[in-house]
Design a binder for this molecule. Structure first.
Ligand code: NIG
Ligand code: FE
Length: 452
C-alpha cells in the first residue's frame, strides 16, 4: 500500500511516550523504551507502536523493513545552530594553547566580527550552498529538524542577504527547519551602542519579521562585551512587538541576568548557561523556558561545562544542541553532543535522548500569542516523539541500545534517517552515487577520446 511502512522487528525503540514537552526533572527519564518492537507509518505519520508481532499482524500487507537487533529513536532535533556563515576561523582554534581566550580574540576584532566580515563578503548563493551542505552533514548524523540562526550580517544589507539565503535554502532542505533572527549578536564597528540598538528596533527586527525566511524567534547575546541585560531586554521586547518569540544567549562567561529576563518574557529558551547559578536555575525551573545546554562550546573553548545535572535535579527542562558555528563549536553531530552531555554534564542516557528530541522541540516552540508579519511557522506538535500522530521522523542506528549509541558517541552515524516516513539518507546517497557515476563516465569518455 502506498505511503505505508512497518518497521519490525526493532531491537530497541524509544517512543518518548508521555505528556507533551517540555519534559522537566525526573520526567526526562521517560523515553518509552520498548524491546522487540514495531512501528507502523502511514502518510508520513506514526500510526502505531507496540510489540513486533502485534504490529505486523495489525497491518497486513504493508511493506516491511527489519531493524532487528538495532536501535530506533525519534529523529534528532538540533535546537541551536548558526549554520549561515561565510569564511572560517581555523586560526582561532586552540587559542587557549597560545594563551588567548575567546573573549580576548573577540576584543581584538576577531571572533564574531571576523565572521561578520566574511559573511558580508559572501554571495547569497555561497551562503545558500553553505547552509545546504552543513544541513546535509547534520542529516547524516541523525538530525531531522534544526534551528537556523541568522547571526553574522549585523547590518541591514548583511542580515537581509543571510535571510535571502535561508529562504532559498529552506526550499531545498531535506530536514524540517525553523529560523531565528539574531541581529544582536555583537556590536558591529562604526556604531555607537545607542545607534545600533535603534537600528535593531527600527529597521533590522521589523525587516526580519516580514521576511519570507519567516523567522519566529529573536535572539540576543547577553554578555560582557556584547549586550547588557537592559539592552537585551530592549532587543527582546522589540522582537515581541514584531511577533518574534525571545531566545537568549546567556550565562556563557558572566551572569548578567539574561536568563531571568528570557524566563520573564516567556522566552522559548535560554542557551549556553555555563556559569548559571542557583537563581538562574530557579528561574528556569519555575518557567516554561527550556534550558539549552551546548556542551560542544565548553569542549571547544576549554571552559567548564553547564551544570545540566543540577538543572535536571532542580526540575528544569534541559535540552542539548550543537551550536554549530565557526568560532565556538565545530560540533555538527548531536550524538557527539549527547556523549558530552553524559560524560561531562552528568545526564543519564535517557535524559540525553530527551534533551535532543522532545525538549529540543520544545525549545523551538514560538509563543502561541505571537505572530510575525510574514506569518507563523511551526514544527509539528508531536515532533521529537514517535507516538501515534507524530511525524514519522526517526533514525535506525547500527547499535543495540541507547547506552550503546552513547558509548560510540564520537563516530556513530545512523544507517537510515526517515523524515515523514521517507528514507532521506538513501536519497542523499543515491544523489552522491549519481554524481560520482556521472564523473566516472565523463572521465571514461575522455580516455576514449570522446571529449568534445
Ligand atoms: O553561540 N556566544 C555567542 N555566539 C555564538 C558564537 C559565535 C561565534 O563565535 O562565531 C555561540 O557560541
Ligand atoms: Fe549560539
Amino acid at each position: 500500500m502506498d505511503g505505508t511502512l512497518v518497521i519490525a522487528p526493532i531491537g530497541e525503540l524509544h517512543t518518548m511516550q508521555g505528556p507533551p514537552g517540555p519534559r522537566k526533572g525526573t520526567a526526562m527519564r521517560e523515553t518509552g523504551r520498548l524491546h522487540n518492537a514495531g512501528l507502523a507509518v502511514r502518510d508520513g505519520c506514526v500510526v502505531a507502536t507496540g510489540e513486533a508481532d502485534e504490529i505486523v499482524r495489525s497491518f497486513p500487507g504493508w511493506p516491511r523493513l527489519s531493524a532487528e537487533g538495532r536501535l530506533v529513536t525519534p529523529g534528532l532535533v538540533d535546537c541551536h545552530t548558526h549554520i549561515v556563515w561565510g569564511g572560517g576561523r581555523p586560526d582561532e582554534f586552540g587559542g587557549g594553547s597560545r594563551g588567548e581566550t575567546y573573549e580576548e580574540i573577540a576584543k581584538a576584532g576577531g571572533g564574531i566580527l571576523s565572521t561578520m566580515r566574511a559573511t558580508r563578503a559572501a554571495s547569497v548563493k555561497e551562503l545558500t550552498d553553505g547552509i545546504l551542505r552543513r544541513a546535509e552533514t547534520t542529516l547524516a548524523c541523525g538530525t531531522t529538524a534544526l534551528e537556523i540562526k541568522v547571526s553574522y550580517g549585523l547590518s541591514l544589507r548583511g542580515c537581509k542577504k543571510e535571510l535571502d539565503a535561508v529562504a532559498a535554502a529552506r526550499k531545498r532542505l531535506r530536514q524540517r527547519s525553523i529560523v531565528t533572527f539574531m541581529g544582536a549578536h555583537a556590536l558591529p564597528p562604526g556604531y555607537g551602542r545607542g545607534r545600533f540598538l535603534s537600528l535593531l528596533e527600527s529597521r533590522l527586527i521589523p525587516m526580519a519579521a516580514a521576511h519570507p525566511a519567516r523567522p519566529q524567534f529573536n535572539d540576543v547575546f547577553c554578555e560582557e562585551g556584547a549586550f547588557t541585560r537592559e539592552e537585551s531586554e530592549r532587543v527582546l521586547q522589540a522582537g515581541i512587538d514584531h511577533g518574534l518569540t525571545p531566545k537568549v544567549h546567556s550565562d556563557e562567561f558572566k551572569v548578567l541576568g539574561g536568563t531571568e529576563t528570557a524566563c520573564r518574557l516567556g522566552g522559548a529558551s535560554a542557551d549556553h548557561l555555563l556559569v548559571s547559578g542557583d537563581e538562574q536555575i530557579k528561574a528556569l525551573a519555575e518557567s516554561n523556558t527550556v534550558a539549552v545546554t551546548l556542551p560542544g562550546v565548553a569542549f571547544y573553548l576549554n571552559k567548564p561545562y553547564a551544570n545540566a545535572r543540577k538543572m535536571v535535579d532542580s526540575n528544569c527542562a534541559v535540552a542539548v544542541g550543537t551550536d554549530w558555528n565557526p568560532g565556538s563549536s565545530m560540533v555538527c553531530a548531536l550524538p557527539f553532543a549527547m556523549g558530552l552531555a553524559v560524560a561531562r554534564m552528568g545526564l543519564t542516557p535517557e535524559e540525553a535522548l530527551c534533551a535532543v528530541t522532545i525538549n529540543a522541540a520544545a525549545a523551538l516552540r514560538p509563543r502561541p500569542d505571537l505572530e510575525p508579519k510574514a506569518g507563523r511557522d511551526e514544527l509539528p506538535q508531536e515532533l521529537g516523539t514517535l507516538v501515534p500522530g507524530a511525524p514519522a521522523d526517526f533514525c535506525i542506528w547500527p547499535c543495540e541500545s541507547l547506552e550503546d549509541l552513547l558509548y560510540q558517541y564520537a563516530f556513530i552515524r545512523p544507517e537510515s534517517v526517515f523524515i515523514a516516513g521517507r528514507n532521506q539518507l538513501l536519497k542523499l546517497f543515491r544523489e552522491t552515487w549519481r554524481r560520482m557515476d556521472e564523473a566516472v563516465r565523463e572521465v571514461a569518455s575522455w580516455s576514449k577520446g570522446e571529449r568534445q
